[in-house]
Design a protein around this ligand. Structure first.
Ligand code: SIN
Length: 306
């Protein structure tokens, strides 16, 4: 019998598999597909202080082994998430969740987190400073160490749960941003968000996405994400949640060997809605195949002796 439990900042999860924010709605939408309580947790749809309609369409484009999105943080706003979406989810999901929060200013992040505090259902806040699809916020904070430090510090001052910061891969050296967040008091880091990309319609001779650019996700970015988790693990002491193109139990194991304590699954949920269930069911078999008794023993294992 293998042990799939992992612990994030004192919160023990039955397994490390978590649907990534933006690919699983507010969770309850998937409750007819399978019993959500199989999951380690769920990272809810990115939430901002005020409701947002998101970017104009088209905002999705296919790519080989991936997907470009420019959704633009469509969500009903922090009050509605706190009072309506989370209560709907609590009817079908009986574990703690990750609240993913975005903003356009320090005050936005602080206000949204304050609106979402005092909820027993929250395991941790995931502060998204890496959305590539909005102007005047999002990724702008995640590509500059000073801004990343400021947002992290401001959120830490009001949050009543651990604060994890979601990092952008669209930087020269992600470890500099990671170190700034750790220094500002972050309890952990989630990485990576999507890589900025573009597609052009040959028929129209213009970008397919109305916003011109979008964030690339899916299996194509897995090696990039893995490398960044590996690099950041070498520099910081706080736990990491690995994200980026994970679509199998073997990918989960690789991410953990690189240094992730837990792993989020994104685009795979859009390819098959029961992707996380399949990965969770496959995990014990793959652990046995690789003689892994306890998942927490392999975190960062690829660094030993390299
Ligand atoms: C979006 O809503 O544009 C995607 C969220 C993100 O990339 O952080």
């Amino acid at each position: 019998m293998v042990n799939t439990q992992v612990t994030l900042s004192g919160w023990t999860l039955d397994n490390p598999v978590i649907p990534a924010s933006g690919t699983f709605g507010f969770g309850y939408e998937f409750s007819e597909v399978y019993d959500l309580n199989l999951l380690g947790s769920i990272s809810l749809k990115g939430t901002t202080l005020a409701p947002r309609f998101g970017n104009p369409t088209p905002r999705i484009a296919e790519t080989p082994a991936g997907l470009l999105n420019s959704v633009g943080l469509q969500n009903p706003g922090a009050e509605a998430v706190a009072n309506e979406e989370m209560s709907r989810l609590s009817r079908v999901f009986h574990k703690k969740v990750i609240l993913n929060v975005s903003g356009f200013s320090k005050e936005d992040y602080v206000g949204a987190v304050q609106a979402l505090c005092r909820k027993d259902m929250v395991g941790l806040f995931e502060i998204n400073i890496s959305c590539p699809n909005v102007h005047g916020g999002g990724m702008a904070f995640g590509t500059d160490p000073d801004s990343a430090y400021e947002i992290t510090r401001a959120v830490k001052a009001v949050a009543d749960k651990p604060v994890y910061v979601k990092l952008s891969p669209n930087v020269t050296d992600i470890t500099q941003i990671a170190l700034a967040c750790e220094e500002a008091g972050a309890d952990g880091l989630s990485l990576i968000n999507t890589l900025m990309g573009m597609r052009i319609s040959l028929k129209d001779r213009k970008p397919i996405l109305k916003n011109r650019t979008g964030g690339l996700s899916g299996p194509a970015i897995f090696p990039v994400a893995l490398r960044m988790v590996y690099d950041v693990y070498e520099k910081v002491r706080i736990p990491l949640i690995g994200i980026g193109g994970v679509s199998s139990a073997d990918d989960v194991l690789e991410m953990m060997l690189a240094g992730a304590t837990a792993v989020q699954v994104g685009s795979a949920n859009l390819v098959r809605p029961d992707a996380c269930k399949a990965i969770i069911e496959e995990l014990p078999h793959r652990m046995e195949a690789y003689h892994i008794e306890s998942l927490s023993d392999i975190i960062g294992g690829a660094h030993h002796g390299t």
